[in-house]
Design a protein around this ligand. Sequence first.
Ligand code: PEP
Ligand code: MN
Length: 316
Amino acid sequence: MPIELRILGRHQADEHDVGFTYSGVTFNQHNLHTFAGVNAVDTKEFLAQTFACLQSHGQVCARMGAYKPRTSPYSFQGLGKECLPWAFELAGKYGIKVISMEVTREAHVDEINEALHLTGKPTGVMLQIGTRNTQNFELLKAVGRQHEHPILLKRGFGITLDESLMAAEYCASEGNSQIIFGLRGMKTNFGDPHRNLVDFGHVPVVHRLTRMPVCVDPSHSVGARGASPEGILDVFHVAAQGVIAGANMLLVDMHPVPKKSLVDAAQAISLEELPYFLEDMGIAREAYEKRVALHQRVVAERAAAPAAAAASAKAA
Ligand code: PEP
Ligand code: MN
């Protein structure tokens, strides 16, 4: 192992992965969960419509931002702690069990806990560390010290994979190893016209180097609603690329009126597109499972081949 991942590293190929169950949902390197939802909470109506849509399609996980780190100080910064009580209540009302929510400082974790306490814990929260904070070591240690919520650690968009994996190890070293590692594309013009250079080829690499489940965020990777000649959105294409390589979580921006989304409006899918997206990902997941079965068959055939050759040599 080139870097020292004492807790999260896969030191032997057959070492068990970091699986955990939180709020009734199990996360590991073998299954897949979709977290579609609003980039940033805006109105109660839009949030309720989003959760109702998720529920009607059997979804129990969602994404939802309240604290938004923005490039410009003049852009909408998220509704912050004020929206948490009603947003959590709405989540519970529509059967959402886990919400992925970005935190940018330790106080946000306290605010989330207060709101959950106040509302009687209607849902669970996965603490998301955004790409701009992947090396905010004090924040990493803070979310690692608490054992209440799991962590979604996004890869840093301008650092090496090893450096981002070390950031995950920072959280684990403080005691919380319930961590999902998120790929979200790298910041470089070489990815143009995509917002970021899609890095989902690293799904198997992270599976191999670590025991963490791996998330892919096609929305932040692609950043727009471009489509291929057959009409399939690039967001769908790259999401499928992540899933066919074994990704365990999808984080997808979705909004009842994408154009009205206050953050990253260009990349959101609509509620009408959710069932289509889920079915498409089901196809990709099935293809992944068939690929694993094919590999296992090939390995078994190769193992049996010398034995068969030896048997026929003996008979001759
Ligand atoms: C997000 O998921 O809302 C987000 C800001 O993502 P990233 O940190 O990857 O830019
Ligand atoms: Mn964003």
